[in-house]
Design a binder for this molecule. Structure first.
Ligand code: ADP
Ligand code: MG
Ligand code: MG
Ligand code: MG
Length: 415
């Protein structure tokens, strides 16, 4: 079928022509269709049988343009291929932590997956101060597994090069390079910031030490092909409930710096922390929730590092380095030191990237709903000032912050 954007009217006929879906959507039942997309790039439909609640799925279709600005900002539809292939790898390496894929169709740029109707997007309950007891453990598993099994520590040299090639994703990478690393830190017409913080924003844009560090971080994003990263792992890409966590929307995936996804999660939790200076005026309720957020951040890093290293010890199978490379007297201790140092470089990247991503949300094209939903500009400025000060210090102190406690101390000191 030649590409055309689907509508609630055309969707069911299209799905009926897909043999892979005959079981999940039996043709003799009747269906409701709802468009639920909240993103800027894609259509998302929920299909639900009226007869059997189990007969349901989600269809995601890439549009050939950026949705916010209409059809005059063209964007290739290839991203649905990257999303589908990344979801399949996430299902393979982190089973149960990504939505299962039922079917895909590259011509129509569609992806058919499980309807996560018992989960909700994490950003909103974070504003309502909902705590998720399993989140740290589950997201740490997702991060450790997806980042380890797609690195040179596990893969053979040729497999890794094939992965790099398969996930070239040039257009979406270029978008992130511009909108995360470059434009927020210079004059650019799409940037937004709170006018009450204009002095601070201009100060950041003139901070030479910070700007050089961001330039190096961008160099790492462009060139450090370490692991397959999700590359858009904010709390709007996490669907969650009290039991389970699912990571969706990996359309930006490519082989890049391993610290990037960990940074994305931790810095989104910091922005949620910041948002409660406005959302939660009661000091006791605020302290209670902010403490949970900070403990969650600490656990995510610690559990991630531990799980990543354990996978490495269990599977020393990749070409970096083959096990016999360390087979000499004292080699075991040297291998252990290499593992610690490797994780230390991922941590250092994570700190700088977390700062960069926090700042881009405060002074770039798009904020996060946690903060943009604070209507009073004065109250919002309190949250935003905190986030800018923390982000700026994470970047400037990325060489001296050596562990997650020091990383979180910056938040304690700026609160
Ligand atoms: P975009 O790339 O446009 O941001 P997303 O993949 O993030 O698209 O999906 C947009 C929204 O659609 C999500 O915020 C979520 O509300 C809903 N959604 C996406 N995938 C699923 C799914 N598998 N199950 C239920 N809802 C989903
Ligand atoms: Mg999304
Ligand atoms: Mg979205
Ligand atoms: Mg997306």
């Amino acid at each position: 079928m030649a590409y055309q954007p689907l509508t609630p009217e055309t969707l069911l006929d299209y799905l009926k022509g897909r043999p892979a879906l005959a079981e999940i959507l039996p043709p003799d039942e009747s269906y409701d269709v709802q468009e639920v997309g909240d993103g800027n790039l894609n259509l998302v439909f929920v299909v639900q049988s009226r007869e059997n609640p189990a007969h349901t799925l989600v269809v995601k279709q890439a549009l050939p343009y950026l949705r916010v600005v209409g059809e005059d900002w063209p964007l290739t539809r290839d991203r649905v291929i990257y999303e589908t292939e990344a979801l399949m790898l996430h299902n393979k390496y982190a089973p149960g932590l990504a939505p299962r894929v039922y079917d895909h169709d590259y011509e129509m740029s569609t992806l058919m997956m499980v309807n996560l109707n018992r989960h909700e997007i994490m950003r909103k309950p974070l504003v309502r101060r909902v705590k998720f007891p399993n989140f740290a453990e589950q997201i740490a598993t997702f991060l450790a597994n997806t980042l380890f099994y797609t690195s040179d520590l596990y893969l053979k040299g040729e497999e890794k090069k094939a992965l790099v090639e398969r996930f070239m994703n040039p257009h979406l990478r270029k978008l992130q390079e511009d909108f995360v690393y470059t434009n927020p830190f210079k004059e650019s017409p799409e940037n937004n910031w709170n006018p009450l913080l204009d002095d601070l924003v201009q100060e950041v844009r003139r901070d030479g030490d910070l700007k050089e560090r961001v330039a190096w971080l961008k160099e790492g994003y462009m060139n450090h092909a370490q692991s397959l990263i999700h590359a858009d792992l904010h709390t709007g890409s996490i669907m969650i409930n009290q039991q389970e966590t699912r990571v969706i929307d990996p359309e930006f995936a490519f082989v890049g710096p391993a610290g990037y996804d960990v940074a994305a999660v931790l810095q989104n939790l910091m922005l949620s922390y910041a948002s409660h200076f406005a959302h939660t005026p009661d000091p006791a309720a605020r302290a209670d929730y902010q403490t949970w957020l900070m403990e969650t951040m600490k656990q995510i890093w610690e559990r991630f590092a531990e799980k990543f290293e354990n996978l490495w010890i269990e599977h020393p199978e990749g070409d970096l380095m083959p096990a016999d490379y360390w087979a000499y007297p004292g080699g075991e201790a040297d291998f252990a030191r290499f593992r610690k140092d490797y994780l230390a470089t991922v941590f250092r990247d994570m700190v700088g990237i977390a700062g960069t991503k926090a700042l881009r949300r405060m002074m770039g094209i798009v904020s996060v709903w946690d903060i943009s939903s604070i209507e009073d500009p004065e109250k919002r400025a309190v949250a935003e000032r905190f986030a800018i000060q923390v982000g700026r210090r994470w970047i400037k102190e990325m060489d001296t912050i050596k562990n997650v406690d020091q990383f979180l101390d910056v938040m304690r000191e700026e609160a």
